[in-house]
Design a protein around this ligand. Structure first.
Ligand SMILES: *Cc1c(COP(=O)(O)O)cnc(C)c1O
Length: 381
């Protein structure tokens, strides 16, 4: 979805990558070292990421999706088990459950202002087969984790946080990703911290860290880095694992991007505030999360169109003015593969919101002038 800055069609692209000379030289250092696969840079990135969040362990992966898969595997979900997950999210949030043979059970969102999963609907969807909950901090706005953790404790369920939109977001319960059993992050090209492909899993539990590290690398008991350094000569395979390892190139980019993250989020927060101010008087347009008062990742900038507005025509107008937009998200429960495998279900609030949401440009390198231009075109539309 992220467009190249060379794509002249867009006056304001939907997303853009904040890379400079530091990223170039970090990659050059890795190439010079001639060690490209998971090794010392990855270990350093994991250490710094864990420290930033105050998490016990961080395990770097090849993507956010593979972090989620390892998380659900470590929780032990399998055939016959149900895992509750929102539908208004990227498909990977539910695919990770299906990969394990478990059944995703979709919960509705709270409303068209709070687009996060509703704790009330989570509780309503719990059955005798429910083993866990996957929450997604939509746009980097925290889910009501106090309620979710209370429900999880009462029903003895585990909680995995999909923090793809929320790296480094602090709440009064701690950083997002450290409140549930496992937190999963994505460093895909359009995210707040970018390494191209890449992800991270954080956990406070030693056993989960150990299990996910083992499954990340074929279920082997030693790493190629250790064998190359002469620390180990052979290995056992103690589980049917995967190759979900990141590269040193990704880790070196991650280290530079990690240093820029706090400033980037602070800028996104200001951009979001400016958007809100500029769109206050736009007719038929609401900016969700109006009641939210905590820190947020501001990964995307959703707006909700009133029912009278023709969304395709609205989007076409913005595009004709060079403003690239998107929709977050087409709900998962309406995808044909999900309907075929898990049947037809209804989520009225999700379906209403998904039919009226539009996501406007938001990226770390965006300027206030660009926000002003987008807001002006939105108001005209
Ligand atoms: C991007 C994203 C993922 C998947 O991350 P990848 O790194 O692309 O595999 C999962 N969940 C959400 C909510 C995302 O936005």
């Amino acid at each position: 979805m992220s467009s190249s800055p060379k794509d002249k069609r867009w006056v304001v692209p939907f997303s853009d990558i904040d890379y400079g000379p530091e990223e170039k030289s970090a990659v050059a250092d890795v190439l010079d070292s001639k060690w490209l696969t998971m090794g010392p840079k990855t270990a350093e990135f994991e250490q710094k990421f864990a420290t930033m969040l105050g998490a016990g362990h961080a395990v770097a992966t090849s993507s956010g999706t593979t972090a989620l898969h390892l998380a659900i595997l470590a929780m032990g979900a399998g055939p016959g088990d149900e895992v509750i997950v929102p539908s208004l999210t990227f498909v990977a949030s539910a695919n990770c459950i299906a990969y394990c043979g478990a059944t995703p059970v979709f919960a509705d969102i709270t409303g068209t202002d709070d687009l996060n999963v509703s704790p009330l609907d989570i509780e309503a969807k719990i059955s005798a087969r429910t083993v866990g909950i996957v929450v997604v901090h939509y746009g980097g706005f925290s889910v009501d984790m106090r309620s979710v953790m209370d429900i999880a404790a009462r029903h003895k369920l585990w909680v995995v946080e999909d923090c793809a939109h929320a790296p480094g977001v602090k709440t009064d319960l701690g950083y997002l990703g450290t409140i549930g059993d496992v937190g999963c992050f994505s460093f895909f090209s359009n995210k707040n911290l970018v390494t191209g492909e890449g992800g991270m899993l954080v956990t406070g539990k030693d056993s989960i860290a150990q299990k996910t590290r083992m499954l990340r690398s074929h279920g082997m008991t030693t790493l190629s880095w250790d064998r190359a350094k002469g620390h180990a000569y052979t290995y056992d395979v103690i589980d049917i694992g995967y190759n979900y390892r990141p590269t040193e190139i990704e880790a070196s980019l991650g280290l530079v991007q990690l240093d820029k993250l706090a400033a980037g989020t602070a800028h996104r927060t200001k951009l979001a505030g400016f958007y809100r101010e500029k769109l206050r008087d736009a007719r038929g347009i609401e900016v969700p999360f109006s009641a939210y008062r905590g820190d947020a990742g501001h990964h995307i900038l959703p707006i909700m169109l009133s029912a009278e507005i023709d969304r395709p025509a609205f989007i076409e107008y913005l595009q004709s003015k060079g403003i690239q937009v998107s929709i977050h998200y087409p709900p998962i429960h309406l995808f044909s593969a999900y309907q075929r495998k898990f049947g037809n279900i209804e989520l009225p609030v999700t379906e209403d919101a998904a039919g009226r949401v539009v996501t406007l440009p938001m990226f770390t390198g965006m300027t206030f002038d660009q926000v002003e231009l987008v807001a002006q075109v939105v108001s005209e539309a």
